[in-house]
Design a protein around this ligand. Structure first.
Ligand code: SF4
Length: 323
C-alpha cells in the first residue's frame, strides 16, 4: 500500500459509512489491526528562516523563542533515545504497541544529512517503530535528504513529511515572510510522491489579505498535486511575533469560530475526497502566549461542528473539487 499511496477504495468505504470527511484516524484504523502512536521528539534543530541563513526574523506568526510544547519528555534537553524510550514506555502501558517518531519543532530536514541520518537511524532502530514523520519547510528537502528517506521507504518504513505550506499564493508567502516560493512547494510534493514518501501539508485559513477564492485555490492546487493528507488550522496570534504587532495596530483580525467552521467546510468541499484529513484545528496553544482568538481551539469540538455543518449542508469533502 505504501508505494501506491492512499488506498482509494478504503477512503470510499469511509464515505459509504456516512462520514463526511476522509479522517486520517478512520483510515488508519482500517488499514491496521493495531494501535499506532506518534511519539513527538525535539532534537533542537533550527530553522533557516531564523538562524540567519534566509532571515533572522522567521515567519510573522512564529514566536521568536519557538513554540512551547507541553508533551512530557519531548524536550531537547533530553537525548533522543531518552525521549523515545520514556514516551514509548508510557504508551505501552496503555496497550499501544507500534509507533511513528515525529520530529516536530524546527526544520527537521535542515542541516548536515549525515547528522540527520544518525537521528533517523536511531529512531528506526526500535523494532516497534514503523516510520517517521518529519516537520519541515518546502525549501529544505535536498536530494541527499530525499535519497536517505527513499532508502527507508525501500526498506518498508512509512515516511511522512509534515510540510509547512500555509498558502499556495506567493503574495501571502511573502507577506508571511516564509522566504520560499510556491515552486518549492510544488517541487517538494512531487519529489516526495515520486519516491514513495507521504506528504501531509499544513495549511492555515484566515491568513492576512487572503480571499475566499484564494483559500479554495489552495485546496484545489494541493489536491491536484496529489498531496496525501492535510492538517488545517486557524491563524492564531501569539505573543512575541510580528503578527502580534499587526494585530495591535489593527491590521489583522482573527476569524471568529463561526467564520472558521464555515471556511473549513468550504475548504474541505474544494479538497479532493481522497486527501486524508489529519487535523482541523491546532494543538492546544498555551493561553499565556495566545493573543487571539479567544475561542477554544479544541480539535475534537471543531471536528464535531464540521460534521454537524456538513450534515446541515448535505455535502461532504470533495463535492466541489474538479480534479
Ligand atoms: S519555517 Fe517554521 S520554524 Fe521556521 S520561522 Fe517559519 S514557522 Fe517558524
Amino acid at each position: 500500500m505504501y508505494k501506491l499511496g492512499i488506498n482509494r477504495e478504503i477512503v470510499e468505504s469511509i464515505y459509504r459509512e456516512g462520514h463526511p470527511i476522509a479522517q486520517y484516524g478512520l483510515y488508519m484504523k482500517k488499514i491496521r489491526p493495531y494501535k499506532v502512536f506518534k511519539i513527538p521528539v525535539d532534537c533542537g534543530l533550527v530553522c533557516p528562516n531564523k538562524d540567519g541563513t534566509l532571515d533572522t526574523e522567521g515567519c510573522i506568526f512564529c514566536p521568536k523563542m519557538g513554540r512551547p510544547i507541553s508533551v512530557k519528555y519531548c524536550d531537547s534537553k533530553y537525548s533522543l533515545k531518552y525521549q523515545i524510550e520514556k514516551q514509548m514506555e508510557n504508551q505501552k502501558k496503555k496497550g499501544i504497541g507500534k509507533f511513528y517518531i515525529y520530529f516536530y519543532p524546527g526544520t527537521n530536514t535542515y542541516g548536515d544529512p549525515e547528522r540527520l541520518k544518525e537521528l533517523w537511524d536511531l529512531a528506526l532502530s526500535y523494532s516497534d517503530v514503523i516510520g517517521l514523520s518529519l516537520g519541515t519547510r518546502p525549501d529544505c528537502l535536498s536530494r541527499e535528504v530525499l535519497d536517505i528517506l527513499e532508502g527507508y521507504v525501500k526498506r518498508g518504513y512509512e515516511i511522512w513529511i509534515d510540510l509547512g505550506i500555509q498558502s499556495f499564493h506567493q503574495k501571502t508567502l511573502d507577506l508571511l515572510n516564509r522566504r520560499h516560493n510556491v515552486s518549492h512547494i510544488i517541487k517538494a510534493i512531487l519529489e516526495c510522491k515520486r519516491r514513495g514518501i507521504f506528504v501531509c501539508g499544513h495549511v492555515i485559513l484566515g491568513l492576512p489579505g487572503e480571499t475566499w477564492k484564494e483559500m479554495m485555490d489552495t485546496a484545489e492546487s494541493l489536491s491536484r498535486l496529489g498531496i496525501d493528507a492535510l492538517k488545517i488550522y486557524p491563524l492564531v496570534v501569539v505573543k512575541d511575533t510580528k503578527l502580534e504587532e499587526m494585530y495591535w495596530r489593527g491590521e489583522y483580525r482573527t476569524l471568529d469560530r463561526k467564520q472558521y467552521i464555515k471556511l473549513l467546510c468550504d475548504f474541505l468541499e474544494h479538497t479532493s475526497p481522497y486527501v486524508l484529513i489529519q487535523r482541523v484545528s491546532k494543538d492546544k496553544v498555551p493561553e499565556e502566549i495566545t493573543v487571539s482568538p479567544e475561542w477554544k481551539l479544541s480539535r475534537l469540538a471543531i471536528l464535531n461542528d464540521v460534521i454537524t455543518e456538513f450534515k446541515r449542508r448535505g455535502t461532504r469533502q470533495g463535492i466541489y473539487f474538479r480534479g
